[in-house]
Design a protein around this ligand. Structure first.
Ligand code: FCB
Length: 466
């Protein structure tokens, strides 16, 4: 008798996800230059508890241990980012060989264990030297990024096939440049939309560099922070319109131009009303932005419930509180696996033929080690199971999902929140750096090894995750 369960196709990528500044530490080792996050962490009050990424979970030194951990988790894929200031400490020109060597060894260690790397080029640690020249506000940074990308394609392109150019352009604009909650801590609405434009431009320029390498099987995409939208009152035409408008702000503003449709007219009108003419968009930019995107990276955590009440900054919509009857993670984010399913199906409908990868999905649960040293994070298992079932349903509906990268491999530096939020499949002791695979990690290992998401007989009628 076959095990009741949801079978994933052979070759499905079972992965974990991290980023350089969140895990590496060793910020002054091997010639690494300063990044905007090193600087931002020094601003009093910027980070909960005054934490920094100086040591973080020390992965730069422990890369061999962490690769072994991934093997223990049975995964066959891993998403991580390269620290631009390790490779080009001044942002451009001088290449630091020791930085390249580190990633060389890390990539080789993964491949030796049958773990396919998915490499992010920009996960927020911009070299401070480029910030001094205006950072992402400066159009030239997009070109600097393309040059950096070319160095990476040259160094690792013989072993790395898939590249994420930019991580979450909306979040970079919103938290880094509009609300000042992330590095570089700017608060400028027009500046934020300019930054987002330059990030998309950087993507397009980097894809041109990738195509120029002549490696036909190399692929690049963006990892977007995608939030499915729900009208506060689905029966209200005003709330439905507000929800659609906010979807333009968060999702379509990025997906549409990258996929050749230009900036969505409705949102462009909202932006122009809020900040005036978008005069930084130059002739030819939209062609550059649409150079190519070989997959869509989906970072999914929760949904947005939106009403037509004014209130969310300058916008004619408001993000409402979640529903009291919906379960939440320890950060208060609503857990809505069904919306991951509908998001993937929608992407397949709106951008047909483009492969999809869930490049991030995960939850904060603050479970520690018990007296026996075990981390019994059963809520993370339930979260994972429900979201994987949602991915499976989306695939059943035709969405071409190639893989799932859980955020995160291990507890790490969660930006402005410091170290308290624990997202890992692996627990990290803050004092000793000791790694302990959580119950969720063991559970994920079984699923990844077998390719089957177990369901009990009563659940196999489709009730899973609902
Ligand atoms: C995403 C980021 C990632 C991590 C998760 C929780 O927005 O890409 O670095 O912080 O959220």
């Amino acid at each position: 008798m076959t095990t009741p369960g949801l079978y994933f196709p052979k070759g499905f990528r079972w992965g974990t996800s991290t980023s350089s500044y969140q895990v590496e530490g060793a910020v002054d080792v091997d010639g690494r230059g300063e990044s905007i996050w090193d600087r931002f962490c020094r601003v009093p009050g910027a980070i909960d508890g005054g934490d920094t990424g100086d040591v973080s979970v020390d992965q730069y030194r422990r890369r061999a241990d962490d690769t072994a951990l991934m093997a223990e988790l049975g995964t066959n894929a891993h998403r991580f980012s390269l620290a631009w200031p390790r490779i080009l400490p001044d942002g451009d020109r001088r290449v630091e060989k020791r930085g390249l060597d580190h990633y060389d060894r890390f990539i080789d260690g993964l491949l030796e264990r049958g773990i396919e790397p998915l490499v992010t080029l920009y996960h927020w640690d911009l070299p401070q030297a480029l910030q001094e020249r205006g950072g992402w506000r400066n159009r030239d940074t997009a070109q600097r990024f393309a040059d950096y990308a070319a160095v990476c394609f040259d160094a690792f392109g013989d072993r790395v096939r898939d590249w994420v150019t930019i991580n979450e352009p909306w979040i970079v604009g919103l938290l880094g440049h509009q609300l000042g909650l992330h590095a570089p801590g700017e608060k400028d609405l027009k500046g934020s939309v300019e930054v987002m434009h330059h990030l998309l431009l950087a993507h397009g320029l980097a894809v041109r560099e990738l195509r120029a390498t002549g490696r036909d099987d190399a692929r690049a995409g963006i990892a977007y922070s995608l939030f499915p939208h729900t009208p506060d009152d689905p029966a209200s035409p005003a709330d439905r319109a507000a929800s659609e408008a906010s979807d333009g702000y968060v999702n379509r503003w990025f997906l549409d131009p990258v996929h050749g449709r230009g900036y969505p007219a409705d949102m462009r009108a909202h932006w122009e009303q809020a900040v005036g003419e978008l005069d930084f968009i130059r002739a030819g930019d939209l062609d550059t932005i649409a150079t190519g995107s070989d997959f869509i990276g989906v970072n999914y955590y929760t949904r947005r419930i939106v009403s037509a009440r004014a209130g969310d900054g300058p916008w004619p919509w408001k993000v409402e509180e979640g529903r009291p009857d919906v379960e939440r993670t320890d950060l208060g984010w609503e857990i809505v696996p069904d919306d991951l399913e509908s998001l993937l199906v929608r992407l397949h409908r709106d951008y047909p033929g483009v492969p999809l990868m869930v490049t991030e999905n995960g939850a904060i649960y603050d479970d520690g080690r018990d007296a026996e040293g075990r981390v019994r994070d059963s809520r993370r298992i339930a979260f994972l199971r429900a979201h994987l079932a949602a991915v499976h349903r989306a695939m059943g509906a035709g969405a071409p999902v190639e893989g799932y990268y859980h955020w995160s491999l291990l507890d790490n530096f969660e930006w402005a929140m410091g170290y308290w939020p624990r997202f890992g499949l692996v627990h990290v002791d803050r004092e000793t750096q000791r790694r302990t695979v959580k119950d969720s990690g063991r559970w994920y290992a079984d699923v990844a090894r077998s390719g089957v998401l177990p369901v009990s007989v009563s659940e196999s009628d489709g009730g899973v995750g609902r």
